[in-house]
Design a protein around this ligand. Sequence first.
Ligand code: X8Z
Ligand code: ZN
Length: 616
Amino acid sequence: MSSITKRAGQLAGAVSALALLAACDPQTPAAPAGDAGQTAAETAQPTAEDARAFVERAGQKLAAVSEEASRVFWINANFITYDSNWLAAKQSERLTKLGVDLAQEARRFDGVEGLDADTRRKLMLLKESLTLPAPAGDDEAAAELARITTELQSMYGTGEVDGKSLGELSETMASSRDYDELLATWVGWRDVAKPMKDMYAAMVDIANQGAGDLGYDDTGVLWRSKYDMDPDAFAADVDRLWGEVKPLYESLHCHVRAKLGEQYGTDKVPQDGPIPAHLLGNMWAQQWGEIFDLVAEGDADPGYDLTQLLKDADYDHMKMVETADNFFTSVGFEPLPETFYERSLFLKPEDRDVVCHASAWNLDDQDDIRIKMCIKPTADDFKTIHHEIGHNIYQRAYKIQPPLYRGDPNDGFHEAIGDMIALSITPDYLKQIGLLDQVPSEDKDIGLLMAQALDKVAFLPFGLLVDKWRWQVFSGELTPDDYNEGWWKLREQYQGVTAPVDRAADAFDPGAKYHVPGNTPYMRYFLAHIFQFQFHRAACEMAGWDGPLHRCSIYGNKEVGEKFNAMLEMGASKTWQEALEAFTGQTEADATAIQAYFKPLKDWLDEQNQGRSCGW
Ligand code: X8Z
Ligand code: ZN
């Protein structure tokens, strides 16, 4: 539910009261634990009225502590030092304790009769809001958990290889076509993660105890319980969705593998097995847009390169941000406040360590919204700016809700808002804002779709497997000895990629991905890659569009914006199914929108793949 991200915990988003909790983990209230629970605690048989009063106080208490914590976390992420880590760990510990205390208190009302629906929902949100709960009543464990999560985040944020930052290494992964250089870069970054493994395992033990104290079998069950449905039904639902998009992924995989075989040789890229993970243009092989030039040819040329257009038009970071801001205002949202521009971090500072992984924040749960990003003038970052501002727009929309509802009802929504808007960055739109002179004709559509698929379709199995791995870790199905092997099993099974070299026994490759040391749940991104197409299709239908979905832009459409805002403003006050229905008329995640979007490409790929043997 929460939007965000933070500190010991996650990344991304909003720092609403509840979100903060979700980010960390906790236990006995550091400060005034007492008052949130006293009434109920003193009452042997709590009543519905006690419950109502409790959720009211709990919301106020969370709101009261979250702003200070957010500001400490902001400073920590912008200046990673011994002291800022120390301060952040203290805040994290305090929030975790408070969160556990409130969750335990909320459990006292289980079974109480006569609860109104609103109070019941708030109690549920309180019980489920933590990402990594500490064991109840164990101050030492809460402190240890906060130290570990802060340290892991810091290790990732300060990681470098031979003086090169992750940003520089990522540029090599994107642009180099030298097999050995790519391999060295890929291996180098993974060395940063090795020392995380023991700490990670200790963290898992503590959080599992905390989850157990809250009545969950393990932390993975807690994570799966946040979707207004039974946790097993949620796991089955993501598998259903994956089954629906897998044929599309397999067609893309087959074509890309064939092209990589041509580039690097079929001895390096065997045509009947998984693809070596360092050849896909991305440090984690999660989005493949950077190898567009290797896989597209002939009619798969989109006719323009957005990175080049940005460069030609002298777009710097500020112009990129203003352009994204302008898109949101074109559909009726208020412009971002002055303070957004004054207080955001847009560029990587030369002189200090910062967490460069992009994130969006709401520091006061009202209008102090910001992003923190190390922007480069590329098409990817242009889209990521829309992604981050989408978080901010959502945060600002639900500020009207009471504190416990200032979040999303499904974290996949938070990740889908800006991405849905970015799907409207069509050739027509680029022409309207003066970046493109001439809209390419329809015979360029395969190229447009290919560029999009290399990011959006390629991402799907990665988005799915990161938490498949964590679910196995939390359940004990994977023990620390098997962490890495288990990771590569899933990478191969779902993505059809493989480690290019044998991995050392002490390797901890999952730790080389931000969200693992950052403890940001990841299934949200898989969901978002389904929802954003569902939102986009609904928006285009509302706009009366009857052309292909990939040519539809809602730029300037205030009617669509108003309906979208109505869903955003609901925050977490309704189930995600209800919120989804309000905008799309549907009550389920539905992969038919992404299928429809890519249908012409799927047909083209299947033609290209004739005579090839696909699969791995
Ligand atoms: O982490 C992010 C955003 C911030 S919430 C930049 N994303 C995932 C990633 O980078 O791994 C967006 C796409 C997936
Ligand atoms: Zn995000």
